[in-house]
Design a protein around this ligand. Structure first.
Ligand code: BES
Ligand code: MN
Ligand code: MN
Length: 445
């Protein structure tokens, strides 16, 4: 395969601004789905269909039948996160740019570049090695409702010997990984109201309650300075990783100082000090504030007491926590912690249960072998801090879900200047081609 040609094709895919959480991009999401469908047809895919939604369809397809060979579902997502803040991009998010051996653009690593890699690895296989099933969705970044509904109606779509998900990264350059857990997510808006309308801060200040102040206090009650989340029952189901797992993490090429200086690029880390940074990132739940709305934020000055304020927040959940339970716990905690003179409400936007995957199926060995052959190092077991909502549903027909990826930890997912290293892409195509062929050589898995 000609690399210039591949980069031209990938750029075409990345140029489509398929932001699933912004309705103005509905047509773009549809266009990205059609791009994927056309690519599947070029690969010789059969029964290629757009399912479940006009604007954010799931792209489905099958490879040629290979009697006796295993069936492999390839999962990925063509939707991306919003590109803002735009001013911080060196080149525009949807004008992909190749420089310094990388391709820059929204979706380059998460997840269009990796979907591209999985599909080009199919194209690179000598003859169809396995029975491919393709399931590429367009709503991963917004909770995967369309795909959840599809799998509820038609669970046989994920009946297979394995499901391959490439939507994560190596744990460090040169260190490919396979993941045993994903955190879940509970995304909510908390709104505080203190009066009917905004009030003059001279006439009323000193006696009338202020919505921003009340919201601020509520939020700091929900999570203390020590990083502990004060939601009754929240930590109860959380299990500590085993001693063996914690010891294995100590051997990973992860250094807390480098994480602070090179990745976070801040002045200090926070969180539960008793637990290692990896444990905080991978095995403990979180509470984060994403943004606060309300009051006066325009240019200049306005002396007003805001009547209402809203915080967008989310909690990452770890295995054994349940989205539905956490929703109830948050709503109850907010009610309990808010003073009588304010009205609070909580609205849930979307969420996901956490996922836990046993790494004992033979296909994990084959992936390890493929990475070893191509990159010189096999996969290390790790956990992931992020979420892929539909993973528990992908596992529901009993196939092992292989969570891996070709990105690097500094790819800046969801942030300005997202990129994918071209070496990772070229290696990745070889890795997955090798994996497909190794899997194809297995009979009666
Ligand atoms: N690819 C990520 C998930 C991910 C990132 C896993 C890093 C492991 C490491 C995925 O596209 C993502 O961003 N998911 C969202 C889901 C949410 C919006 C429901 C997330 O984790 O915020
Ligand atoms: Mn992703
Ligand atoms: Mn993402």
């Amino acid at each position: 395969m000609n690399r210039d040609e591949l980069l031209r094709e990938l750029s075409e895919f990345l140029r489509i601004p398929s932001v699933s959480t912004l309705p103005v991009h509905n047509n773009d999401c549809r266009a990205a789905a059609e791009w994927v469908a056309a690519e599947l047809r070029r690969l010789g895919g059969r029964d290629v269909e757009l399912l479940g939604s006009e604007t954010h369809p799931v792209v489905w397809g099958k490879g040629p039948d290979v009697p006796g060979a295993p069936t492999l579902v390839i999962y990925g997502h063509y939707d991306v996160q919003p590109p803002d803040p735009l001013a911080e991009w060196t080149t525009p998010p949807f004008a992909p740019s190749v420089r310094d051996g990388r391709i820059y653009g929204r979706g380059s690593a998460d997840d269009k570049g990796q979907v591209f890699c999985l599909l080009k690895a199919v194209a690179a296989s000598s003859r169809p090695p396995v029975n491919f099933r393709f399931l590429i969705e367009g709503e991963e970044e917004y909770g995967s409702k369309v795909l959840f509904d599809l799998l509820k109606r038609e669970p046989q779509r994920v009946r297979a010997d394995a499901v391959l998900v490439a939507d994560m990264s190596y744990v460090a350059p040169g260190w490919p990984a396979v993941y045993s857990t994903l955190r879940g997510l509970c995304y909510a808006e908390i709104t505080v109201r203190t009066s009917k309308t905004d009030l003059h801060s001279g006439e009323y200040g000193g006696a009338a309650p202020n919505a921003h102040e009340e919201l601020g206090r509520l939020l700091t009650r929900l999570k203390g300075e020590d990083g502990r989340i004060n939601i009754p029952g929240f930590y109860a189901p959380v299990k500590r990783p085993s001693k063996a797992e914690l010891a294995a993490w100590k051997k990973l090429p992860f250094n807390e100082k480098d994480f602070l200086n090179k990745r976070v690029q801040g002045k200090g880390l926070v969180g539960l000090k008793k637990h290692s940074v990896l444990e905080r990132l991978w095995a403990l739940p979180t509470f984060e504030i994403h943004g606060i709305l309300g009051g006066f934020t325009g240019e200049g000055a306005k002396t007003v007491i805001p009547a209402a304020a809203t915080a967008k927040v989310s909690m990452r959940l770890v295995p054994n926590q349940k989205l539905k339970t956490v929703e109830r716990q948050l709503a109850a905690a907010v009610k309990k912690l808010a003073p009588k003179h304010v009205t609070v409400s909580v609205r849930f936007l979307h969420g996901a249960d956490p996922a836990q995957i046993k790494l004992d199926h033979p296909s994990f060995k084959l992936l390890d072998q493929a990475f070893k052959q191509v990159t010189g190092r096999g996969t290390v077991p790790a956990r992931a801090g992020g979420s892929i909502p539909v993973v528990p549903a992908l596992a529901s027909a009993g196939a092992p879900v292989i969570l891996t990826g070709i990105g690097l930890p500094d790819d800046r997912l969801h942030a300005p200047n997202e990129k994918l290293e071209l070496k990772q892409l070229w290696d990745g195509i070889e890795v997955f081609r090798t994996f497909y062929e190794l899997l194809g050589a297995q009979r009666d898995m």
